[in-house]
Design a protein around this ligand. Structure first.
Ligand code: NAI
Length: 342
């Protein structure tokens, strides 16, 4: 964890014992603009785990924003959930007060475990917050929808790279996770003529997708090994580890989940197996692009046009990887670093 000293601009550990509030704000880099990244609330095994999570997430936001071409840096907040914590409102108001003190160096929004109502509470203390009631991202779940749209376009760019055509007709796609993004992705894919195999821990979602999309069903434990053209991880991070990569039976991995590679070296392992990997933070940038559109006063139509840039960005990543014999994840990192370190 010592690496944070070299790389990060700020790390704040916040505490108010009277209401059981503990939170971390990490600001990775603001050279392209104020740091932007949601706030998650979850239980952590230790304070160190919470700090490590905030650091890792803030860093990936810098890379995501840089390659998405939005004028923001990377930051993240995490609230440590605990049975001793006070009322939820008090926790988010306290976080809002701390964000206000940062005077715009960090802008928060929704993430794992947080809701529009939580962001409305933060809004009572600071204007440096997105995803509040009526905001562009919150209405009709536009953030998830545009994330799915970006992944859909990225799958097209990946198919073109491997097969010379982005057509999904008769192509098979296996989707892991049928939540807000995964389910919407299935809609786009089905409309374009793909054959789907789906899985989720929630049997109700699986039944719904099987009926609506005529999808085949896989057990959650088997999805990584399903024979298909494209595997789209849309559930958890860390799914591409040594074991899973060995079992893959696809040509392309392209999905919405954050931090899909268990470790950086797994990007190279995918390359050696001849599997084209769409780096997660490039292909799932639809959400951040919607947030950036909201902050600059744009509307949904503008946001959608901006999301379409994902196709070209991913193609540039693939070009660089090919030209320099790099993994696609290393190529994406290099392109992003050139932008925020310039
Ligand atoms: P969600 O919480 O709505 O859906 C996740 C789904 O995955 C749930 O239905 C859950 O039951 C399922 N799931 C969990 N573990 C599973 C397993 N082992 N096997 C099969 N299914 C499993 O989340 P959402 O919003 O759809 O996000 C999905 C992924 O995309 C997450 O990794 C998230 O960080 C990432 N992401 C989401 C964005 C958004 O706008 N919602 C933006 C960018 C990335």
């Amino acid at each position: 964890m010592d690496a944070w000293r070299d790389e990060y601009e700020q790390l704040l550990f916040l505490q108010d014992r009277s209401i059981g509030f503990k939170a971390v704000i990490a600001i990775h880099n603001t050279s392209l603009g104020p740091s932007l990244g949601g706030c998650r609330i979850r239980q952590y095994a230790s304070d160190q785990d919470a700090v490590a999570d905030a650091l890792r997430l803030a860093r990936s936001m810098t890379y995501k924003s840089a390659l998405a071409g939005v004028p923001y840096g990377g930051g993240k907040a995490v609230i440590l959930a605990s049975p001793d914590a006070g009322p939820r409102d008090a926790l988010f108001r306290t976080l809002g007060k701390h964000i206000q003190k940062l005077q715009g160096q960090y802008i928060t929004g929704m993430d794992l475990g947080t809701t529009v109502a939580d962001m409305d509470t933060v809004r009572q203390e600071t204007t440096f917050v997105t995803d509040t009631s009526g905001s562009l991202g919150a209405v009709g779940d536009l953030t998830a929808k545009m994330t799915a749209y970006g992944v859909f376009l990225g799958i097209g760019a990946s198919l073109r790279r491997l097969f010379g055509s982005e057509s999904l007709l008769h192509r098979s796609v296996a989707v892991q996770g049928l939540g807000k993004v995964g389910y919407q992705l299935c809609r786009y894919l089905k409309e374009a003529g793909a054959r789907l195999t789906v899985t989720d821990l929630d049997a109700r979602l699986v039944r719904k997708a099987a009926k609506e999309f005529g999808a085949s069903v896989s057990l959650p434990a088997n999805i990584m090994a399903v024979p298909c053209d494209v595997l789209a991880p849309c559930a958890l991070g860390g799914v591409l580890d040594d074991g899973a990569i060995g079992r893959l039976n696809c040509r392309i991995v392209a999905g919405a989940a954050n931090n899909q590679l268990a470790e950086e070296r797994h990007g190279d392992k995918l390359r050696k197996r001849g599997i084209l990997y769409a780096p997660d933070y490039v292909i799932n940038a639809g959400g951040i692009i919607v947030t950036a559109s909201e902050l600059s006063g744009g509307d949904a139509a503008q946001a959608k046009r901006n999301v379409e840039s994902i196709y070209g960005t991913l193609t540039r990543v693939y070009d660089l990887a090919e030209a320099q014999s790099l993994s696609t994840s290393a190529a994406a990192n290099r392109l992003a670093e050139n932008l925020f370190r310039a």
